[in-house]
Design a protein around this ligand. Structure first.
Ligand code: ADP
Ligand code: MG
Length: 657
């Protein structure tokens, strides 16, 4: 029959700086299934080094190690983890129980890495009954005595029904009574056929074993066999089924991920204050992203609203060239529009929704003993609708008033203030260039456009302005509102053609020009975009800072839990498992931060809109973006700590103080 374990000329040398320690100098050993071996020797003789190699926690520098006839050198990292998970059970002097978890979860922990589905509660309970601790299932390790903790560790070592139990000084931290109980347990297991390899330096402990191997200075110096192997357990000769559990695909197919999520929640809760603080960083970052985007979008929407009130379908037809040519064009070359042109344009019913001639000038407005020089705007009936100039106080002109050149006026708020102070101007008579006008309304306030006060004006019917006030028979320009925005270009060319025909214009140089508002719109939207980008980058910086906070906490967490990582590797966690566990934890934290951040961000936005009256607009897009961002932050900043954890060597991690 093949030996379970075979060492041949195994050497292990540790290097610390320039010093080398030869812990094993050529050890050969053959173990059969069912044996109970005690490895004895003075401290530093290489017992633990050998046990670590046997348990695949460490690899030899030279020599061969065969397990069930298979050379372990040929195994990949993941396959070795698979072997540790299903063929080896470890019991350590320091117990290495995870303190956050209760007894039951500690015992069934190896199952997470087994690649099998299920909760394995029954398995764990059965093993706990075996070690006499079934009544302590929901206790945490801290609530147990040393002897009880070691019994839990033995139950954990047994849960995967391993081929060999490796025990390194299992009674080293226990008193005589507890040592005795543990040894009786191990002995009982051996009597049922379990192979046990145990390190001890106490002869009375070694006396429980059937075979005692003594080491000195990295060599086996004696090997005494009192009892042969026990054959109660069915003999195992195959390795392949074990190796299959190390298959990469298995990771997604089983409960591993949900196990990791559960553990991540546990460990986040275990350090509540710390987790809260690092989550807070992400929360602030995401909240500011949401609030900033809401603000940016709100500003954009407000601007668009404003543009719409200006008339996005608006065309302005003016005399003079679009190309600025100084005095190259004489005054006579400028096209002078008349009311007839306005009527002709209004005839284009399918293309033109509204049109109005306008004439600008300036004059003196007088009321009682006050006078003020102001802008005079002669406008048509439809102008009020085209430019949103309908008064909120008073009324707009009627078409009749425009046709009959009546002396009615709508005055801007600046003029109201200058002429009337706080009294009501509607119905009063004012003089404009010494002609009496009745005030019928107050124009909606528009504020300043550049240095120009848009509210310092008096609007009167365009006909009145031309023939009675300004004494001109031509217009300054014509406003046209196109029926549909997508027809702007067509409307432009049709109107252009119409004007050429009516004014008998030929040649390249138009003596008039037609402009639309798209230029204006472009300028405004680029302004809001710049603002959005600025706000966005502030938010991104705060998210970056939050992410660095997460990375920092994860690094601390990895360092703090080095021994836990070592233990997990010892019970069969592969590098991917460890990495995933830490990634799930960091993404968990950033995601929690992200979700609360979204809520906070929306709250802040609403507050800004209520309290400060700012325009805000929270979009689903920004919520999705923020969620995505927080996940990516978790992945990005968790990756390095997680890799650091995953790449730890099992022995080094276990020894970490
Ligand atoms: P034992 O378990 O018999 O007390 P070990 O196998 O732990 O002995 O150690 C054997 C020798 O190797 C000792 O001299 C020890 O100092 C050294 N040694 C063990 N592990 C390491 C390590 N990780 N780095 C450096 N030296 C080590
Ligand atoms: Mg030791």
């Amino acid at each position: 029959m093949n030996p379970v374990i075979e060492l041949q000329d195994v050497c292990r040398t540790y290097r610390i700086g320039d010093n080398t320690v030869q812990a094993l100098r050529g050890v050969s050993l053959s173990v059969e299934q069912g044996e109970f071996i005690a490895i004895m020797g003075a401290s530093g003789s290489g017992k633990s080094s050998m046990l670590h190699i046997l348990g695949l926690l460490d690899s030899p520098d030279s020599g061969q190690y065969r397990i069930l006839g298979k050379n372990v050198d040929t195994l990949s990292e993941d396959e070795r983890a698979g072997v540790r998970n299903s063929l080896a059970g470890f019991v350590f002097q320091q117990f290495h129980l995870l303190r956050r978890m209760n007894v039951l979860d500690n015992v069934r922990l190896p199952h997470i890495y087994s690649g099998m589905k299920g909760d394995f509660r029954r398995d764990a309970e059965e093993r706990l009954r075996l070690v006499g601790l079934e009544h302590r299932i929901s206790h945490t390790p801290g609530q147990l005595s040393g002897g009880e903790q070691q019994r839990v560790a033995i139950a954990r070592a047994l849960v995967r029904n391993p081929l060999v139990i490796f025990a390194d000084e299992p009674t080293g931290n226990l008193d005589t009574k507890n040592s005795y109980e543990i040894m009786m347990l191990l002995r009982g297991l051996n009597e049922q056929g379990k192979t046990i390899i145990m390190v001890t330096h106490e002869p009375d402990i070694a006396a429980y074993a059937g075979r005692v191997i003594t080491m000195r200075d990295g060599l086996i110096v004696s090997d005494e066999r009192k009892e042969g192997p026990r054959y109660a357990e069915a003999l195992r000769e195959e390795l392949p089924s074990v190796l299959r559990s190390a298959d990469k695909d298995i990771i997604w197919g089983t409960g591993r991920i949900s196990g990791f999520i559960f553990q991540a929640v546990q460990s986040i809760l275990a350090n509540k204050v710390r987790s809260l603080l690092s989550v807070l960083g992400i929360l602030v970052g995401v909240a500011s992203v949401i609030a900033m985007i809401s603000l940016g979008e709100g500003a954009k929407a407000a601007m668009q609203e404003q543009l719409k009130s200006m008339g996005s379908n608006l065309l302005s037809v003016r005399g003079g060239s679009a190309k600025i040519r100084g005095s190259a064009l004489g005054a006579g070359a400028v096209t002078r529009f008349t009311m007839k042109d306005v009527e002709a344009i209004a005839e284009l019913r399918s293309l033109v929704k509204r049109t109005s001639g306008v004439i600008n000038g300036s004059g003196q407005a007088v009321y009682a003993n006050r006078n003020w020089s102001t802008n005079i705007e002669g406008v048509g009936y439809e102008y009020g609708f085209i430019r949103s100039a309908i008064p909120s106080a008073g009324r707009w002109f009627t078409p009749e008033e425009v046709r009959r050149r009546e002396k009615v006026a709508i005055i801007g708020v600046t003029l109201v203030k200058e002429l009337f102070g706080s009294s009501n101007p509607i119905g009063k008579t004012i003089k404009i260039n010494r002609i009496n006008f009745t005030v019928i309304g107050i124009a909606p306030a528009k504020g300043f456009s550049g240095p120009r006060d848009e509210d310092d004006l008096v609007m009167i019917p365009v006909t009145t302005a031309m023939y009675r006030v300004l004494g001109k028979d031509y217009l300054s320009g014509i406003f046209v509102e196109a029926a549909r925005p997508e027809q702007m270009e067509e409307v432009k060319s049709v109107i252009s053609e119409l004007i050429r025909k009516r004014h008998r214009l030929h040649g390249e140089d138009d003596s008039f020009n037609i402009r639309d508002m798209t230029e204006m719109q472009k300028m405004l939207s680029s302004t809001t975009e710049t603002m959005s980008m600025l706000l966005g980058s502030i938010a991104a910086i705060s998210l970056l800072v939050g992410g660095i906070g997460i990375m920092n906490i994860m690094l601390v967490s990895v360092t703090e839990r080095t021994r836990e990582i070592g233990l997990r590797k010892a019970i069969g966690a592969r590098n991917d498992d460890i990495m995933l566990q830490f990634l799930v934890e960091s993404v968990g934290m950033t995601l929690i931060g992200g979700l609360f951040g979204i809520a906070t961000g929306i709250g802040v936005s609403l507050m800004l809109s209520f309290v400060a009256g700012w325009a805000v607009k929270t979009s689903l897009f920004s919520v999705v973006l923020a969620t995505l961002f927080s996940v990516v932050t978790g992945l990005f900043f968790g990756l390095w700590p997680a890799r650091k954890a995953a790449n730890l060597k099992p022995v080094d991690a276990l020894r970490y103080e």
